[in-house]
Design a protein. Structure first.
Ligand code: AMP
Length: 414
């Protein structure tokens, strides 16, 4: 089925063709007609499924069909909230591309960049605002943005917004929005918190789930290598070098870990940079740009920094350490295999992380068999020496957390 059958007007069909999209992705096929019908939507879709176009195209269609205020005043009629600056930038860039042939104006507001420039861009009058919650609230308090005319509201990556503790900000923003509006909520994962939020936000929403709940993108091949913790770096540098992988995104749990690994990998001769929340926005943009352009071969990121990154044709994602939350595994590997491309997700799992692997397997409802790379087999004698082991799940968890915090792990009880 092509885009033409979804109810989009010719201008937007042209925009889609211009992007080289031939066939709508499953989320687009389901969400676009529902949104055009005027329904609230709650969609389970991770980044990489084409969800941005799924909400942006119908909103652009609505806005361009409506006539603006007769006084010539342009009011904000669509608000899109995202958890991170990077995602806000990407969504804004997509809206600008898809809406290039309309006269609609979109502003991008996020923290870490000059508020005055953003105030200026809003002053000129905009139809669409793409924002991260904290900065939007700053602008509301400065009376630089009027949200009283908002008709379309999107929560993008709502699960991550809650994870990042934006609930208070969301409530404050909701207070100034008109009650009659169409609301769209996109979330990679659903849990009770999301359902609770959806009840306060959405009116009899259409529930759209393109993938089974909490499943990883099917185009991604997942490989798990069992390896001793102190040989992880060597193994990954070897894989990247020997297989000639370009554009590899590696996840660590901590900012310190990301910096340290990037430094070590540079010593291995691989051009590597780290991206995380302690870097200034300018530095993050620069690092990302260099990675996109292929000037940097490896990018080491923390979960928050990598959230929503859309890098075309990213083929390799590495879990240098498994995340504490199984949903983060899904988000991480969703950076590859996007919109139909194929991808490879590698997880390096040391003995202490086995319980985290089990959590991931439970979430995915599948087993991810571990393999050993010749030359990097885990040293089993180390473990044997520790027998008899009292290696409870709790103790493993404790040690992994301590390690993540940079502490010396508690000795195992014999
Ligand atoms: P998103 O999930 O919105 O971050 O989109 C992921 C990637 O898929 C982006 O690079 C989009 O440009 C691309 N994309 C979106 N829709 C389509 C489509 N129908 N066909 C091909 N690529 C698409």
């Amino acid at each position: 089925m092509g885009f033409a059958s979804l109810g989009l007007n010719q201008t937007l069909l042209d925009a889609v063709a211009e992007q080289g999209y031939n066939t709508p992705t499953p989320i687009q096929t389901e969400a676009i007609p529902a949104i055009l019908e005027g329904l609230d939507v709650m969609a389970g879709a991770q980044t990489g499924t084409g969800k941005t176009a799924a909400f942006a195209l119908p909103i652009l269609q609505f806005l361009s069909a409506q006539t603006r205020d007769s006084s010539g005043k342009i009011s904000v009629r669509a608000l899109i909230l995202t958890p991170t600056r990077e995602l806000a930038q990407q969504v804004h860039a997509s809206i600008v591309k898809y809406g290039a042939q309309t006269d609609l104006r979109a502003a991008l507001v996020y923290g870490g960049a000059s508020i005055n420039t953003q105030i200026e861009s809003l002053k000129a009058g905009v139809d669409i605002v793409v924002a991260t919650p904290g900065r939007l609230i700053d602008l509301m308090y400065k009376r630089a943005v009027d949200l009283s005319q908002v008709e379309y509201m999107v929560f993008d990556e709502a699960d991550r917004m809650l994870d990042m503790g934006f609930m208070d900000e969301i409530q404050r923003i909701l207070k100034v929005l008109p009650p009659t509006r169409q609301t769209l909520l996109f979330s990679a994962t659903f849990d009770d918190e999301i359902f609770k939020l959806s009840k306060t936000l959405l009116k009899t929403p259409k529930l759209i789930e393109v993938d089974a709940r909490n499943t990883a993108s099917i185009q991604v091949e997942q490989r798990v290598y069992a390896v001793d913790e102190d040989r992880k770096r060597e193994l990954i540098s070897y894989l990247i070098g020997s297989q000639n992988w370009q554009q590899v995104l590696i996840f660590t749990r901590t900012k310190l870990g990301a910096d340290a690994l990037a430094k070590e990998m540079c010593k291995d001769g691989l051009k590597t940079q780290a991206i995380h929340g302690d870097k200034s926005q300018g530095a993050r943009d620069r690092v990302l740009e260099e990675f996109r352009e292929g000037k940097t071969r490896v990018l080491v990121a923390t979960d928050l920094a990598a959230r929503g990154l859309d890098i075309e044709e990213l083929k390799y994602v590495v879990n240098y350490e498994l995340p504490f939350k199984a949903e983060d595994y899904i988000h991480r590997i969703g950076r590859t295999g996007r919109a139909g491309g194929s991808g490879l997700a590698i997880s390096l799992v040391c003995e202490d992380e086995n319980y985290l692997l089990q959590d991931v397997e439970t979430k995915l409802e599948t087993q991810l068999p571990q393999q050993w790379l010749p030359g990097f087999e885990p040293d089993l004698t180390r473990e044997a020496k520790k027998a008899p082991r009292r290696n409870s799940r709790g103790a493993q968890k404790q040690r992994a957390r301590e390690r993540a915090l940079g502490k010396k792990p508690t000795k195992r009880r014999r």
